[in-house]
Ligand binder design. Sequence first.
Ligand code: NDP
Ligand code: 2IT
Length: 459
Amino acid sequence: MADTFPLSPDCSRFKKEIDCLMEAVIERNPGETEFHQAVHEVADTLLPFIDAHKKYKDALILERMTEPDRIIIFRVTWLDDDGNYRFNRAWRVQFNNAIGPYKGGMRFHPSVNQSILKFLGFEQVFKNSLTGLPMGGAKGGANFDPKGKSEHEVMRFCQSLMIELHRHIGEDVDVPAGDIGVGEREISFLFGMYKRLQNHFTGTLTGKGLSFGGSLVRKEATGYGAAYFLENMLRHADEGLKGKTAVVSGSGNVSLYCIQKLIQDGAKVVAASDSGGTVYDKDGIDEEKFEFLRALKEVRRGRIHEYAERFGCEFREGESPWSIPCDLAVPCATQNELDLAAAKELVKNGVMAVAEGANMPCTTEAVHFLQKKDVLFGPGKAANAGGVTVSGLEQSQNSLRVSWSREEVDRRLQDIMQDIHCQCVEYGERKGKPVDYRKGANIAGFVRVAEAMLAYGAV
Ligand code: NDP
Ligand code: 2IT
């Protein structure tokens, strides 16, 4: 069973150990393939390190980290615009609060299930640790599809969801935020109901509107952060963004602001996508075209083919962007959107770096192939940590009852992304080879949580 997860070339010495761990994880969590994939990805690089540090091994730290603290599952009933009863299933996976209150996004998408939320919660623990801020890891969401729903239906769904969720969260307990299908509109509906139920105005959600406790740069933070991380990776390899051709997948919150920052910093972005297909703009997305794209997606909630129609460029229906020649590839849509065939195509076309704006967008096989071919690879838990970083900064501002300027928040974001890069280099540097950012991020993220768990003993 365990060999459904290919091992990276340099871990064969530890094959037996990883097989044992994965067999136990698979047995405890049957059928949860995305969760198995995320645990395997971490264990693959961590086991050699844990082997060399007996204290972590003896206290079963990694094994315990694969078990969430708790999972809350509940029904959300709501009325559609025609007065029909509808219901969905919702979850909050509170994974680990060793270093701070649970923190992580809420995802609304028809594909949401427990496996996906557990993989996201597990990754969040390591990501939040890397930021250096006091945040544990969690994730939540519902199999609700916001597409095609009216504003009032989305509002009623959010309010009904919060009627249950409010008793499980709090500014020092668990602080949800956005993810796929959950942006400022949904956070506002959720926060409005939370505040009413608690009769308490606190920073229990992040990604709030600016007039009620939101932080400047939160909207841009994940995309900007991914561009900053990519810039750090390139600089470390004596390269830079200027003049490079980039392709970005998706056209949601993360993609949009990644595209904006890449353009501002001198790269040429030639592709973006949505679940309907990819636009290939050979001339590059300039500031004016970007504004059109932003309004199309953020305001009108339209489809990306409208960009191709407006600017007369190619639209590849049903296709992802990975066959388009580029120096830099930034997958920003969803898990497992870049597979081995796509990785081979990118390498054939001379890709230099891949940074994961989304969570686990590259399959295991794709990651191993890219690393084998010495492509710089920035894993999601490092490259997309900018979003939760500014969420953490929003929590600080709420606690202090202050609002920092755009420049102040952006400066802190840049500093933290640089620090995450340094941590990855510290644990992932290899002689004569590109930094192993995957190994670096996993070890650096692990150590902080592991030390706290060791200190707490058997709890
Ligand atoms: P959005 O909902 O704003 O945008 C998602 C984008 O990805 C849309 O263009 C969507 O296309 C596309 N997409 C989603 N699911 C699929 C799918 N199954 N197949 C093809 N395309 C798909 O989400 P975000 O930008 O917030 O999130 C994108 C990724 O970034 C996710 O992996 C998320 O976990 C991760 N992330 C988000 C953070 C945040 O702060 N928002 C922080 C860190 C990571 P369509 O509209 O057609 O569905
Ligand atoms: O995956 C992620 O890091 C997010 N969706 C953002 C989480 C947050 O709490 O801001």
